[in-house]
Design a protein around this ligand. Structure first.
Ligand code: FES
Length: 244
């Protein structure tokens, strides 16, 4: 050993022998599957509601006479834009789709780096604005979940109600553990102790932010599974169990 870092031979990506490719592969499979499922759900434009339940892909439900396509498309661009510009997902898809780099100690494929200054990646800088819009969407989903408790002039708790509540909770953790929200809560303060409320909020967000990747994945599965459940009930393949 002469103290110099070892260099890889040309064309050799890495000297790692473990399954470093597994994580990027799984990321590609899951993200592509979710994208295809979201597109399918939006295109079919039916079986997205049953009784007091409404699929999260169609909430808030916007009926516009001037819009000839599925109403899901009027809403979906917000959560999809939010996730596509998310700091965590950026790391995940840059690694998985662009091999930029795909894993630690594995070479990158591209030769130059232009950051996020060119289209379409420059759009990632809009993340904070997608956060504002996503908070509105989560508020509508919370309203849908609360509304599901009141059905047919009475109090109603079905498995679907609990599924919708769980979906809102998971999305809430994902949305409010966002890096942009953390900056919003704790930014532009010379001294944190000046504002105890903001400091307390910043500390809570920072704590949740450490699990942001977990909330990102779990909430994504939550959205898909909530839709699957409502869809199965709406098509008669499943009977919603009424608990109360
Ligand atoms: Fe992931 Fe904002 S950084 S949602």
């Amino acid at each position: 050993m002469n103290g110099k870092p070892e260099t890889l031979a040309v064309g050799q990506l890495t000297e790692r022998k473990d399954a470093w490719w597994l994580e990027p592969l799984l990321t590609v499979v899951v993200l592509v599957s979710f994208g295809i499922y979201a597109l399918y759900v939006a295109l079919v434009n039916r079986n997205y509601e049953w009784g007091p339940y409404l699929s999260p892909f169609y909430s808030p439900y916007i009926q516009a006479s001037w819009w000839p396509f599925s109403p899901a498309f009027l809403v979906l661009w917000v959560p999809l834009g939010f996730r596509a510009t998310c700091y965590y997902y950026r790391k995940a898809y840059y690694r998985a789709f662009f091999w930029d780099p795909p894993a630690c100690a594995v070479s990158e494929l591209r030769k130059s780096y232009s950051g996020e200054r060119k289209f379409p990646f420059v759009l990632n800088n809009l993340h904070r604005f997608f956060w504002y819009l996503s908070v509105i969407v989560v508020a509508f989903l919370a309203y849908d979940a609360i509304k599901a408790f009141f059905w047919q002039d009475g109090f109603h708790v079905g498995v679907g109600t609990l599924v919708m509540v769980a979906n809102v909770v998971l999305l809430g953790y994902y949305t409010f553990s966002c890096h942009a929200f953390r900056h919003l809560a704790g930014g532009c303060m010379d001294c944190m102790s000046q504002n105890k409320t903001r400091y307390g909020l910043w500390k809570w967000i920072s704590h949740q932010n450490e699990r942001h990747a977990l909330w990102a994945w779990v909430s994504m599965f939550g959205v898909a599974l909530t839709d699957v459940y409502i869809r199965l009930v709406a098509t008669g393949h499943l009977t919603d169990l009424r608990i109360f």
